[in-house]
Design a binder for this molecule. Structure first.
Ligand SMILES: CC(=O)SCCNC(=O)CCNC(=O)[C@H](O)C(C)(C)COP(=O)(O)OP(=O)(O)OC[C@H]1O[C@@H](n2cnc3c(N)ncnc32)[C@H](O)[C@@H]1OP(=O)(O)O
Length: 209
């Protein structure tokens, strides 16, 4: 029987996950919860209110959740609240994603359509691999990181905890992107990026703050 699941977050990422779940056998979404519910319904699913609805859902047998929040800190905090209540946070991979047999994803990871996880890739808990991103052999993505749509991480790239690699960004093989760094859309990362740095451009340079 399909596992009943609640989506925490009814914004853009929540809508992407709702569409992922239409294609993913094994899960039956019951609705969204959101701190600011946008209305009674979204994309054919009920919006059940804010997190005050969660105990009732647990009591009704909904024991699985996905955190659909783009902001890494908010995602971590929401995951901690859900797990403290007893919700499981499975990894969700769109069926069109390509995952090598040796690629591993941790709990709460979301992999959107047509992403590629190559040989020996590691994706840490609660990370997002967005639509069409390519993670080549031996790439290691830290917990809570977000690899944006169409980003290309060639062999051996390491992305630190909570870092954001923007849409369409590319990296030189084996570079390391530090924790909480932000790589702007379309950047070409040709050297290691320090923790917390914001980089953009071709080649990527520190962005004005
Ligand atoms: C499904 C989805 O939608 S997933 C979404 C994944 N998210 C992304 O891909 C977004 C990534 N974010 C970006 O690229 C943003 O532009 C950021 C985070 C790098 C910068 O955003 P902000 O902090 O708001 O900076 P802001 O827009 O004010 O720009 C600051 C400066 O950096 C420059 N800049 C911003 N982004 C870039 C970029 N990608 N490349 C080069 N320069 C850039 C701006 O032109 C500006 O320069 P100026 O001061 O000389 O005019």
């Amino acid at each position: 029987m399909a596992e009943k699941l609640v989506i925490l977050g009814a914004g853009g990422h929540g809508r992407a996950i709702r569409e992922l779940l239409r294609e993913l056998p094994g899960f039956a979404p019951v609705g969204f919860v959101d701190a600011r519910p946008p209305g009674p319904e979204m994309l054919g699913l009920k919006v059940l209110g804010d997190e005050a609805a969660l105990p009732g859902l647990l009591a009704a047998g909904v024991r699985t959740a996905v955190v659909a929040l783009g902001d890494a800190a908010a995602r971590a905090a929401a995951a901690a609240r859900l797990q403290a209540m007893g919700f499981a946070l499975p990894a969700l991979l769109h069926p069109s994603a390509i995952r090598a047999a040796s690629a591993a994803v941790e709990e709460g990871v979301v992999v959107l359509p047509r992403a590629v996880l190559g040989a020996a890739v590691r994706v840490g808990r609660l990370a997002i691999v967005n639509t069409g991103a390519i993670l080549e052999h031996d790439v290691a993505v830290g917990p809570l990181a977000h690899i944006g749509p169409g980003a290309v991480l060639p062999g051996g790239v390491r992305v630190g905890e909570g870092a954001l690699v923007g849409a369409g960004a590319c990296c030189r093989p084996y570079v390391t992107i530090g924790a909480r760094a932000v790589i702007g859309v379309g950047a070409a990362v040709v050297a290691d990026v320090p923790e917390g740095a914001a980089m953009g451009g071709v080649p990527a340079r520190p962005l004005p703050s």
